[in-house]
Ligand binder design. Sequence first.
Ligand code: NDP
Length: 485
Amino acid sequence: MSYDTQPKASHFIDGGYVEDTSGTPIAVIYPATGEQIATVHAATPAIIERALASAQRAQKQWAAMTGTERGRILRRAADIMRERNRDLSVLETYDTGKPLQETLVADATSGADALEYFGGLAGSLTGEHIQLGEDWVYTRREPLGVCVGIGAWNYPTQIACWKAAPALACGNAMVFKPSETTPLCALKVAEILHEAGAPAGICNVVQGMGEVGASLVTDPRVAKVSLTGSVPTGKKVYAAAAAQMKHVTMELGGKSPLIVFDDANLENAVGGAILGNFYSSGQVCSNGTRVFVQKGIKQAFLDRLAERLSNAVIGDPLDEATSFGPMVSEKQLNIVQDYIATGQAEGARLVTGGERLQRDGFFLQPTVFADVTDNMTIAREEIFGPVMAVLDFDTEDEAISRANDTEYGLSAGVFTNDVTRAHRVVAQLQAGTCFINSYNDAPVEAPFGGTKMSGVGRENSREALNHYSELKSVYVRMGDVEAPF
Ligand code: NDP
């Protein structure tokens, strides 16, 4: 392999790479071949201590700078990320197995967008002035302090940037723990931020399993925790943060509905369903995995879907012609295969796919089930793989109530050419992000996050600034103080 995937060291702390080989070794596996491409070591208590201490020290200096100065550094980091997009995309492909065709446009580019957007906003953080007769109140928007970010394995660069960019814009420091499955990319984000001028200690990356995340969450120096992960982990992290009344953002899983009415543009609806189920081999939290198709177009939808799936180019993710890559790990592949077996055992009709490919790496065919009913396991649980469940329906009211009949509430989509119906339906869907005649767009300008069990808080947009800062009210009396005695 010509590309050097072994990082200089496991952790990035206080402005530089740091190693401590006494931590548990973590093998980094390239999902397309199963070969080991790097080793990192889990953070020891000494490493965690160094990261938190340096973040705490650096944060005071960082918060004392003007927002414009902080923003300039974030925007410089965005420029560096864009200049190195190809290298960073190749690394993202090695880390996750996602095709280069995707990583070239969806990962470092999305991270750079976040750095640029929040860099631009950093100078505009203000409080307000509230006149009360002669007296007045002013508010100050203040940073929280040291923030911890914990990432899932599907978008390691993007997740690190979506958390670090708004945190740093507001004057916080970040300690980020990537998923042990994809530890490589976040190191590059921290390296680039420091190259762009961020003071040492402002963005630290420590490796490790859940225990490292847990010890960061419970450290009293940490003011806020932002997790991207599953609902079970979210419950644990939220509870641990609550014990010390910490701020949280929880970006968790989903089982989102995508409703296709019979007046929809079929080609666009099929395209939306493909994007919302098979991009990144289906390993996307907001995927529209319950596809409700109105009975009048059900057969046409399934026929066209099968035709278009036959055009998927499955194979070497480093070949830019490849449009569908492997699952991230053998473990995730096994989880998804178990769901496929359960779907068949419970009576869903396997329309296409379902098999592991006979080659190295963790490849699973794009899989579609039809005749899925609401109570089947594959319609209720998050699978997090390339498995689409197609359900059919008769009426609008029925589609809405069945779409909402889930503990999750991350995203939802509607395909229809009836403009009033589109808005009427999304107004009733219980989801943090809805799409009309589209699916899975995630521009940095728009809030992103979940309702119900899918999470708390929002990433991206101006709204994220409220989640990384706190308001202080200052009452100013102009006259004398009148006390009763
Ligand atoms: P996990 O919940 O297994 O892990 C998420 C992160 O939390 C990992 O870094 C993990 O460490 C860490 N972790 C695990 N236990 C603890 C703990 N007790 N305290 C602190 N940290 C802990 O999720 P996956 O990595 O498997 O990612 C898939 C999930 O993420 C899916 O449910 C998906 O829907 C969700 N997701 C949500 C997104 C959103 O924005 N809403 C976006 C992307 C994914 P480690 O794994 O290294 O042990």
